[in-house]
Design a protein around this ligand. Structure first.
Ligand SMILES: [Zn+2]
Ligand SMILES: [Zn+2]
Length: 239
């Protein structure tokens, strides 16, 4: 009852607004009292045909899109649940930098929905692993967004999360704002696997929040392959 009272008071002092369009959520349908139903419905999910390199929607059909043709990735394939447009950017920003860790579960619904819709793409993956943050960054943010998304996928798939094996040994500069070549150099060698014996011969589903150039996920996949993983599928919330 106290919790209900507190929520009632909080809603009077800070009436909840949609984190995307800022409209009041009073008397309006919403998802988790965070995003209005209209904005939620306007999120653009990625749909087939997918580019064979980055997993983005690729209307031309087979092969790779111009953004990733000719590039080598250490993962075997990658996908993103939705398009990385301004709406998703804003929601991810509110989640990661606005101290709204509860938004992770809300956004995680998109990943879970994508997983369920295309489960045949992920059926043979055996272990889920989130892209780790450097310990000092984790202390600052207090949560790893990719680990929260990974938990959402674990609930949707019934598969196990192996946290703590893939580590980030260097605190890299944020990838945002760097050119493609600088992004590749920025993350080179930044991951390592510790006590990775359980990964040998396994197909890993590697989870992150965003895939833009694929540099971070590719480097993380390299560390997993070096540790003996046989296959790595990368899945991001947005790409
Ligand atoms: Zn809205
Ligand atoms: Zn592509």
């Amino acid at each position: 009852m106290l919790r209900g009272l507190f929520k009632g008071l909080r809603d009077i002092v800070y009436p909840p607004v949609c984190l995307s369009c800022r409209a009041s959520l009073k008397n309006k349908g919403s998802v988790d009292e965070a995003v209005c139903a209209e904005c939620w419905g306007a999120i653009r999910m990625n749909a087939p045909p997918f580019c064979e390199g980055c997993g983005r929607h690729f209307p031309a059909g087979t092969g790779r899109c111009p953004a990733c043709s000719g590039r080598h990735f250490h993962y075997d394939r990658s996908f993103g649940a939705c398009r990385y447009d301004d709406r998703i950017k804003e929601l991810l920003h509110a989640f990661k930098y606005g101290g709204r860790d509860y938004l992770g579960r809300t956004l995680g619904r998109l990943l879970a929905a994508f997983y369920r819709e295309y489960d045949f793409l992920f059926a043979s993956a055996e272990i889920l692993i989130p892209v780790p943050l450097h310990p000092s960054r984790l202390r600052e943010r207090e949560f790893n967004q990719s680990a929260i998304f990974c938990e959402c996928l674990a609930s949707a798939s019934g598969k196990t999360v192996a946290g703590g094996m893939l580590l980030r040994r260097t605190r890299t500069r944020p990838q945002a704002g760097l050119e493609k070549e600088d992004r590749i150099l920025n993350v080179r060698g930044c991951f390592l696997v510790e006590n990775g014996a359980p990964l040998a011969g396994k197909h890993i589903l590697l989870v992150d929040d965003v895939l833009t150039t694929g540099a971070t996920l590719s480097e993380a996949a390299k560390a997993l392959k070096d540790a003996g993983a046989s296959e790595v599928t990368a899945l991001a919330l947005a790409n």
